[in-house]
Design a protein around this ligand. Structure first.
Ligand SMILES: NC(=O)C1=CN([C@@H]2O[C@H](COP(=O)(O)OP(=O)(O)OC[C@H]3O[C@@H](n4cnc5c(N)ncnc54)[C@H](OP(=O)(O)O)[C@@H]3O)[C@@H](O)[C@H]2O)C=CC1
Ligand SMILES: CCCCCCCCCCCCCCCC(=O)[C@@H](N)CO
Length: 356
């Protein structure tokens, strides 16, 4: 039996027609929504995982917008190099401040130390925005002997590294006022930003050690999005950014273990540079988006799995969600068919050798 047919032309025509009706609506709504929901000029931003890749690009772009910037990662040499580039991008070099803090986000207790050092450096005030970008991916088939240990490490860095930071910074931001003020002035919201991946919308073969750590971030963010309603006097916004493939040093590292069949399916999503992904993520954050995507495909995937997540635009997200329930009939036949076809062509992938 040939493996299942790929996307049929009918489905493409239907999809194009529906999206052709929706896209102008999206464009018009985007045009009128020009308020910046995450101003950074004069505010302090702390970014973990910002000495390389998307985090380094985001730090540079936020410095260019006037933010004071703290970058956090392990390797001091790379931190110093990245900080030089961040400083060079400053909008107002005479007044903006920059520093780095070396830390391993997989270590228990790192976050409290980093926040304490950040507050000491920042004149006694906590950072206004915290963006957790530190992460890695170890793609392996789940039967690979190295998969369980890789899964635990990916969870330690990608999930617990961000979860512990969100716990530490929320305890700073949500400290009850020493003197209760009956009518506090409206404050510019603080922001906690997680960085997941489109595989947290659509799981792909070969990412078993990685994908659950990014789905876990969605679960925590959705919980906080509801829980933060308990603190109306100190507004905090939570966001999750969902990149697809980024041509970063991390991509080169993960490709060393990535199964060939994973490469085959990933070809459908064109890779983007760290600068492009960071720029699109910041645009989504400035638009006030909760689940922030960096491509139209990513936004379709977002709408295909919203559940109780905060919507960016109820009308558009609902319509695209309906469309996606139709498209997924064809997409999942295509993706699963290609994996089945791969098995027919290449045979049993084996259980033994581990590349990690
Ligand atoms: N690359 C891709 O295709 C995709 C990446 N993502 C996600 O986007 C984020 C950025 O990815 P990418 O641009 O590829 O990043 P890179 O892998 O290129 O860079 C990772 C950064 O995080 C730091 N880091 C890694 N591990 C730790 C750790 N344990 N503690 C502290 N810092 C750490 C690294 O510095 P150091 O080693 O010195 O600690 C470096 O600054 C990650 O969360 C990733 O999972 C999402 C989708 C696709
Ligand atoms: C309309 C709907 C069409 C759906 C087509 C689906 C095509 C699959 C694209 C999967 C891309 C996976 C990128 C993973 C990036 C990542 O997180 C790793 N590089 C880890 O760093």
């Amino acid at each position: 039996m040939d493996y299942l047919p790929s996307l049929s032309t009918t489905s493409v025509i239907i999809t194009t027609g529906i999206l052709g009706a929706v896209i102008p609506v999206v464009a018009i709504m985007g045009f009128f929504g020009s308020k910046n929901h995450m101003p950074v000029e004069g505010r302090t931003v702390l970014l973990t995982g910002a000495s390389e890749g998307m985090g380094r690009s985001a730090a540079i772009q936020l410095a260019a917008k006037g933010a004071h910037v703290i970058i956090v990662s392990r390797n001091v040499g790379r931190l110093e190099e990245a900080l030089a580039d961040v400083k060079a991008a400053a909008k107002s070099p005479a007044t903006q401040r920059f520093t780095y803090i070396s830390a391993d986000v997989s270590e228990t207790g790192y976050a409290a130390r980093v926040i304490a050092e950040a507050i000491a450096w920042n004149g006694g005030s906590a950072p206004d925005i915290v963006w957790c970008l530190a992460g890695l991916s170890t793609p392996l088939l789940w039967t690979d002997p190295a998969a369980p240990a890789a899964a635990r490490h990916n969870m330690d860095v990608n999930y617990f590294g961000a979860a512990d930071m969100s716990h530490a910074i929320l305890r700073e931001w949500l400290e009850p006022p020493s003197v209760p003020t009956p009518n506090p002035l409206p404050q510019e919201p603080k922001h906690i930003i997680f960085t997941a991946s489109v595989v947290a919308f659509l799981a792909i073969v070969g990412y078993g050690p990685y994908t659950p750590s990014k789905w876990a971030l969605r679960g925590l963010a959705d919980t906080l999005a509801m829980e933060l309603n308990l603190y109306p006097a100190t507004p905090v916004r939570v966001h999750v950014v969902y990149p697809a493939t980024i041509t970063s040093p991390g991509l080169a590292r993960e490709n060393q273990t990535k199964p060939a069949v994973t490469h085959e399916l990933e070809k459908d999503e064109p890779p983007e540079s760290p600068d492009t992904v960071a720029r699109r993520a910041i645009t989504g954050l400035e638009r006030g988006h909760y689940n922030v995507t960096v491509s139209f495909l990513g936004d379709l995937l977002r709408c295909g799995i919203m559940g109780g997540s905060v919507r960016n635009n109820w009308l558009v997200d609902t319509v695209l969600g309906w469309v996606m329930s139709l498209i997924y009939f064809f997409v999942m036949r295509d993706l699963n068919g290609r994996v089945l076809g791969w098995a027919r062509k290449h045979g049993h992938p084996g259980l033994g050798e581990t590349k990690a």
